[in-house]
Design a protein around this ligand. Structure first.
Ligand code: 1GP
Length: 249
């Protein structure tokens, strides 16, 4: 086992930011997948997240291909129990704490618990918080839960602290893939200041300026997917921005 969580803690300690490129198996196929992989070979992000809230494509062969072709660590970011694959390096074991739907707090978990335990995968228990991002997200629709309002940073922090107190390892603030607005820096900063766990932020990040702002606000890991489906070559700029973060400060 690679101990990816240890690496996250170490980089956080050094204030080195981390980038995760999200690959949605349904969207990233054919020529888009080829050009994405071509960029990932020369510009290696810290992690590749594989998954989505609604995915019909089997992912084992995609993970095999990514492992063969890239050096990034592959982390499952599953929308449901069917998306479990032993082939990944780690699994974000997500609990949708912002919602009140037991299916995404424990239901999907028990469907896959034994298979996960028997596998050799690193399990990273993660409190997953959906934040309003300017439009109805797939997570909101599929999970049948409401996001935390964009300006309610106190609610976001209290929910994040539930993750900490129940022994989870990460908190993920999610505006939803393709969000019109990414999570507000004020909310990220507020949660960061009241939380001891590493913080992941994703959804609707479209530019390297936005990426820097999110890092400045206190995110340890940023997740970007949608914009790379429009132009995979942008991965290189986002990787560079992450590597150079803090060097000029
Ligand atoms: C979605 O946070 C991720 O789960 C990434 O969002 O696709 O909008 O970059 P985007």
């Amino acid at each position: 086992m690679k101990n990816i969580y240890k690496k996250i803690l170490l980089k956080r300690e050094l204030n080195q930011k981390m980038l995760a490129v999200l690959i949605d198996p349904d969207q990233c196929r054919g020529s888009l997948l080829s050009s994405t992989i071509a960029t990932l070979k020369s510009s290696v992000p810290d992690f590749i997240f594989v998954g989505g809230s609604f995915t019909l494509t089997p992912i084992d062969s995609l993970i095999d291909l990514l492992k063969e072709e890239t050096k990034a660590e592959i982390i499952l970011f599953p929308g449901n129990a069917n998306q479990f694959s032993q082939k990944a390096d780690a699994l974000l074991y997500l609990s949708l704490l912002s919602g009140r739907n037991p299916e995404f707090l424990v239901g999907q978990h028990l469907n896959s618990a034994i298979a996960i335990k028997k596998s050799n995968i690193e399990v990273i228990s993660t409190g997953y918080l959906l934040i309003e991002g300017g439009k109805t997200s797939s997570v909101e629709y599929i999970s049948n839960t409401r996001p935390i309002p964009r300006d309610k940073k106190e609610i976001a922090l209290s929910t994040a602290v539930v993750a900490e107190l129940t022994g989870m390892k990460l908190v993920y603030l999610e505006a939803g893939s393709g969000a019109l607005q990414s999570v507000a820096p004020e909310m990220i900063e507020y949660v960061r200041n009241g939380l001891s766990l590493p913080l992941i932020v994703g959804g609707g990040i479209k530019t390297t300026q936005e990426l820097s702002d999110i890092y400045d606000a206190g995110a340890d890991i940023a997740v970007v997917g949608n914009i790379f489906e429009k132009d995979p070559r942008l991965i290189a700029d986002f990787v560079e921005c992450t590597r150079n973060y803090g060097l000029d400060k």
